[in-house]
Design a protein around this ligand. Structure first.
Ligand code: MRU
Length: 346
């Protein structure tokens, strides 16, 4: 089954509701920038590239909604749409990358009628979606070459088709390796507290018959010490100019363990996730989410009432722990400021 995380259908955006997977597979419909922003905030859609693609559609939807207004009202409404979308989640830079790209397109046709602008913005959103899948396949090919036949690969969170427009970044590497005839198996960290590993990565791999074993996050060290992990591949939400990597909370712990056990630690990273405006990981904004996510899951709460709770949703892995960044332009080994600059210069 090919997962279409987001799709354009009957003049609206449809997104798989990732909050209820894998118990149910349902699409929700979106008509406005504000509703798409709410879909991002509430995690109907998540994963850095998928957030970027949905934000691009959010801009296009807003333009379609406002296309019969006067030029002044159109412009004012669009600015509100951009602002609401930009406030939806702070860490994944793909959100801001996509909004900037849509704004540039708008500026290029700003003298045209709102109807024409709306059509141009919609075409750009379609292009961003298609491009994302092409990029993931290119990254997949580069990354697959790093995995040996029979490799047992650990991943954290979900950097799969569900986190992108399709194929995935880290899971795209696994899909490409399997397509190239390699027999690999995946170890999926459960990924507390939102359970992207248990609910989404495990589901994606099971759907495709790629062997997958689920572990809780605190089992990774044991598995590595037992010699049961040959490589780690994860995704990322933002890479700073010096190569520091922000990704789902717990990734840093996995990277430290991988270093301790001499296991290569790779990060699948489209160029749209690299933020040259941020010098190092300490400046990457880290989202703090609701205490309810840590208290329990959905309506079941197991934590002691009244306890103080922290819920940072991401952490930063220093570049020195990263064996290589897998990008659509190839693999950057031991990423640092110089390597990243060279990569971005093409
Ligand atoms: O909070 P989430 O589910 O949006 O976090 C997702 C991740 O951390 C992913 O690893 C990252 O976005 C890369 S997705 C290709």
């Amino acid at each position: 089954m090919k997962v279409e995380t987001l799709r354009w259908f009957n003049n609206r955006l449809e997104m798989v509701d990732q909050r209820i997977l894998p118990a149910a597979f349902e699409y929700l419909s979106y008509y406005t920038a504000a509703s798409v922003a709410e879909g991002i905030r509430s995690m109907v859609v998540r994963g850095a590239p998928a957030i970027g693609v949905s934000a691009a559609y959010g801009v296009a939807l807003e333009a379609l909604r406002l296309q019969d207004k006067s030029a002044v009202e159109f412009k004012e409404g669009m600015e509100v749409g951009f602002t609401v979308l930009a406030a939806s989640r702070p860490t994944a830079v793909n959100l801001f990358w996509a909004l900037q790209r849509m704004r540039k397109v708008w500026e290029g046709v700003v003298t045209q009628s709102p109807q024409e602008i709306a059509q141009r913005l919609l075409a750009e959103a379609h292009e961003i979606l298609a491009e994302d899948i092409r990029i993931n396949k290119a990254m997949g090919a580069h990354g697959a070459a790093l995995l040996k036949d029979g490799a047992r690969v650990l991943t954290h969170c979900n950097a799969g088709a569900l986190a992108t427009a399709g194929w995935g970044t880290a899971l795209g590497v696994f899909r490409s390796a399997v397509e190239a005839g390699k027999k690999i198996s995946i170890i999926a960290d459960e990924t507390r507290p939102f359970l992207q590993g248990a609910r989404l990565t495990a589901w994606e791999m099971v759907q495709e018959n790629i062997p997958v074993t689920l572990i809780t996050d605190n089992m990774a060290g044991y598995m590595m010490a037992q010699g049961e992990v040959d490589a780690v591949v994860v995704g990322t939400d933002r890479v700073a100019a010096n190569g520091d990597v922000a990704n789902k909370i717990g990734t840093y712990m996995v990277a430290v363990l991988a270093k301790r056990h001499n296991i290569p630690f790779y990060v699948a990273c489209p160029l749209s996730t690299i933020d040259l405006n941020i010098a190092s990981g300490k400046d990457i904004p880290i989202e703090e989410r609701s205490a309810d996510e840590v208290k329990g899951f959905r309506d079941t709460h197991w934590a002691a009432e009244g306890v103080k709770i922290r819920n940072p949703a991401f952490d930063v892995t220093p570049a020195e722990l990263v064996t290589g960044l897998i990008t659509e332009r190839g693999v950057v080994l031991q990423p640092d400021a110089q390597g990243i600059r060279k990569l971005m210069a093409g």
